[in-house]
Design a protein around this ligand. Structure first.
Ligand code: ZN
Ligand code: ZN
Length: 366
């Protein structure tokens, strides 16, 4: 068993039994059918008049379910039935186990449970949730200590998280982390599970718990991958973002000043992680009540530059671009307010000095 930072910090979730409903195969089948219907409905406009690239039909021959997509495919590419995607994943994973393929090949095949085979991007939203239920329904009947069953629990937890079913996601992800630790999963996989758990806490507004888990994930990544690794930098940024949300600006600034040069050097200024990290840093600067005029000017300059880059790289309607631009306006307002306060103070000071000089002059005259 891995001695992770998670345990050393005395996290209360070291042993967490799965909720009873999770083990019911009938319920998994029912939830799967509901999730497939919700996914097909959400994709209706995107898939109208199209056919499944796997079975070539519009309606699934057996289940009569509709089509889905929700990946990065465009045009007519990547449209399929959840049942067809699930059947393909199930067969590929079974073959990998049967032929005793190496871990890399097994992982590539397991990816069919969460990523599109054509564009290789992860499915999102309700499609990911339907695939999560498909995966869980496929392996729920295995013994509790089966590794694939444990991984399937993780797929379900992430699917629920991406479909904004946060409370259910939390129960499933806690159970999965607990089982993964019991089964002696490697530290890298445990850190991924912990990261998903932390994200779920944050979505539920449980920011203190989210912060504690991200702190552990960050120190775990530092030990495992080193400070230059992309996964370490993502963990650092998530940890910093929570520090900012919890108004712990000083700690956020110290951390970000340490990791920002690394991310800018390794990933460049146009990478998503660099954009998010600089955005966080600017937020820590201008939201702090003790911000100096120099802090506010630095925040405005940082946001002006990142907004320009985000607009070019992600487009003007991307939520990150919109978020940075909104904070740019707020930071400019904070700078204007602080500048006028400073000017006001200077005027009062000058007026007082004049009055004092006049008083002294009068005294000298009398
Ligand atoms: Zn199909
Ligand atoms: Zn795709």
């Amino acid at each position: 068993m891995v001695d992770s930072a998670f345990e050393r910090e005395g996290c209360p979730f070291t042993e967490m039994a799965a909720p009873a409903w999770l083990h019911e195969a009938d319920l998994a089948a029912q939830k799967y059918t509901e999730a497939v219907a919700a996914a097909a409905e959400a994709c209706e406009d995107d898939t109208k008049g199209q056919t499944c690239y796997i079975c070539t039909q519009a309606l699934h021959w057996k289940t009569k379910e509709g089509l889905v997509r929700m990946c990065a495919c465009r045009g007519t590419a990547g449209i399929a039935h959840v049942s067809c995607l699930a059947e393909q994943a199930k067969i590929l994973v079974a073959e990998a186990v049967e032929n005793n393929l190496d871990n890399k090949a097994k992982e590539a095949r397991w990816a069919r449970w969460y990523a599109c085979s054509l564009c290789e991007q992860e499915h999102h939203g309700v499609v990911r949730c339907a695939l999560g239920w498909a995966c869980w329904k496929t392996y729920v009947g295995r013994p509790e200590t089966d590794v694939v069953r444990c991984d399937a629990m993780g797929m379900l937890g992430n699917g629920l998280l991406l479909a904004d079913r946060h409370a259910d996601a939390l129960a499933v992800l806690k159970a999965e982390l607990s089982m993964a630790r019991r089964l002696g999963a490697d530290e890298g996989n445990l850190l991924i599970s912990q990261g998903n758990l932390a994200t779920t806490y944050a979505r539920l507004g449980r920011l203190g718990e989210a912060l504690r888990v991200w702190k552990d994930v960050y120190s775990g990544r530092l030990n495992l991958d080193g400070e230059e690794h992309g996964r370490t930098l993502i963990a650092a940024n998530n940890y910093a973002a929570l520090l900012v949300k919890l108004n712990r600006f000083e700690e956020a600034k110290v951390l970000l000043r340490k990791v920002l040069p690394v991310v800018r050097r390794n990933k460049g200024d146009s990478s998503m992680n660099t954009l998010k990290m600089r955005w966080n840093y600017a937020d820590a600067l201008f939201n702090d009540d003790g911000a100096t005029l120099d802090d506010l000017r630095e925040a405005v300059a940082t946001l002006e530059e990142t907004a320009r880059i985000a607009r070019r790289v992600l487009g003007g309607s991307h939520p990150i671009t919109e978020g940075i631009e909104a904070d740019l306006e707020r930071s400019r307002a904070a700078l204007r307010a602080a500048s006028s306060r400073t000017r006001g103070a200077a005027i009062i000071y000058a007026a007082a000095a004049l009055a004092a000089a006049a008083y002294l002059a009068r005294r000298k005259l009398t």
